[in-house]
Ligand binder design. Structure first.
Ligand code: OOG
Ligand code: NI
Length: 465
């Protein structure tokens, strides 16, 4: 919370920033605008056809955040860029959550997600940014490695004014209304697309031959936002209808299969666009670069460690049975295999709750409020639930999935991008570069769940629920 009343709530800055980012990206990539309107239409349809879903979303507050909900992704080049990005996001109340190692999937980055962590702040704006750091040490060509490092060392991805405002915010504990507006405009500059590259076309080709992602990070002035992702209530509908709006989807939806009670996260994207750029040895946009795309996501319940283990097990079993990466040819078979394995994951809230597979928010029912002054209540959660005094709703998964993220990366990097890296996970080094530890997402869900139980206890006057 801001220390001074004249400071703007960081969550409000985040909400405004997210909106400005979306407007900027819609202007830069009109196809993202088309995707947004498709998602809106289908969300509307789902809400009209399924009063149950609508009532559920109203109860959990998700309906309010649905249309403003989105995530984006950027890729930075150096440790110092990463640590300043952390400070920039902190102004908007976003903290690094989770560590994702993408090297097993042949992508030379490791990543975290910046987002709000408290349920009340998530409610104001759930905006998240998946942020990857390029691992130059994985470039096996010494000359290219040196060139990349030198090129990155020369660039400044932040405006002088935004650096001042970050420092001012750190010193004073917040930003005034006027300063927060300036901050939003200045911060946006870091994520803007640049049609002019910082390298010659020959240099670009060398970087690109090493890995398309390396060219995407090194050859440009800044970490352009590479996609934005609205949240849909029916991802399969959007996936099938994309072609009717001239949008080409990737082959399969990442994540768990379709279920009655959605879990974690399902994602799909449209293929990255080929865009014109001017390399530093060209005076017009004679070259091209392919990086930016659009994505959609459907979010479900956050899983406990036990639930997550079951998810990973079933996903791995499905992938092993498929024996190859999902693609256009095996998409149908993959869906069937996935559904077969996931039939082992209980698909109703009661079982998911009683088997401790997901996290929940508990709340006192109307029946309980009516009985408040004239009833002796049971004093443990289970009996209160059984008697209908307390109900629960699953917590929304606010994070990402490494295998899915790899699939999203891959579908936008071309098929020849599979590389077998020898070096893997290094969370300690990532955190050193970041200048902070990443938060454990499971602890955050557990805290939210705990707070909801405490609140029920207060209403019922039970100290240890
Ligand atoms: C990030 C890909 C990961 C997601 O939603 O899993 C991601 C990137 O392409 O930079 O955004
Ligand atoms: Ni994404």
């Amino acid at each position: 919370q801001p220390k001074n009343e004249s400071f703007v709530n960081p969550s409000e800055i985040r909400a405004q920033f997210s909106k400005h980012m979306s407007d900027m990206y819609r202007e830069e990539v009109p196809l993202y605008g088309d995707l947004l309107s498709l998602v809106e239409d289908i969300n509307q349809e789902v809400l009209e056809k399924s009063p149950n879903i609508k009532a559920h979303l109203e109860r959990t507050g998700e309906l309010k955040r649905l249309s403003m909900e989105r995530h984006g992704a950027i890729r930075v080049g150096t440790p110092s860029e990463l640590s300043t990005i952390r400070r920039l996001f902190a102004v908007m109340g976003m903290e690094p959550v989770g560590y994702y190692d993408l090297t097993p999937a042949g992508v030379p980055v490791h990543s975290t997600a910046f987002r709000a962590v408290h349920e009340e702040d998530l409610q104001i704006s759930p905006f998240r940014v998946f942020t990857s750091l390029l691992r130059l040490e994985l470039i096996d060509n010494a000359e290219t490695q040196k060139f990349a490092a030198n090129t990155l060392a020369k660039r400044q991805i932040f405006t002088p004014r935004v650096l001042e405002l970050i420092e001012q915010c750190e010193l004073n504990g917040g930003l005034s209304q006027v300063d927060s507006e300036t901050f939003i405009n200045e911060a946006l500059e870091t994520f803007r697309w640049h049609k002019t590259a910082t390298v010659t076309s020959d240099e670009y080709i060398k970087l690109h031959d090493q890995h398309r992602l390396i060219a995407d990070v090194v050859a440009f002035k800044g970490p352009h936002i590479n996609h934005l992702t609205p949240r849909t209530l029916d991802i399969d509908q959007v996936q099938t209808q994309m072609p009717t709006r001239s949008i080409t989807p990737k082959a399969v939806v990442e994540g768990p299969p379709r279920r009655n009670c959605p879990i974690l996260l399902r994602q799909t994207s449209f293929k990255a666009l080929q865009e014109k750029v001017a390399f530093s040895d060209q005076d017009s946009e004679a070259g091209s670069h392919t990086a930016r795309f659009g994505e959609i996501e459907q979010r479900g319940a956050a899983l406990t460690p036990k639930g997550r283990m079951l998810y990973d097990e079933l996903l791995n079993a499905s992938r092993s049975e498929l024996k190859e990466f999902p693609n256009e040819e095996n998409a149908q078979r993959y869906t069937e295999i996935l559904e077969k394995h996931f039939s082992q994951f209980p698909d109703n809230l009661k079982e998911m709750h009683d088997q401790n597979l997901a996290y929940f928010r508990y709340f006192v029912t109307d029946k309980c409020y009516e009985a408040l002054n004239n009833t002796t209540f049971p004093t443990n959660l289970k009996d209160l639930i059984d008697a209908g005094y307390i109900e629960y709703e699953p917590l929304v998964y606010e994070d990402f999935l490494p295998v899915s993220a790899a699939g999203i990366f891959q579908s936008n990097l071309g098929d020849n991008a599979q590389t077998d890296y020898k070096i893997s996970s290094n969370q300690t080094e990532f955190q050193n570069f970041l200048g902070a530890e990443v938060l454990n997402e499971l602890a955050l869900y557990a805290n939210t769940q705990k707070r909801s139980i405490i609140k029920c206890g207060q209403t019922l006057n039970i100290t240890e629920l």
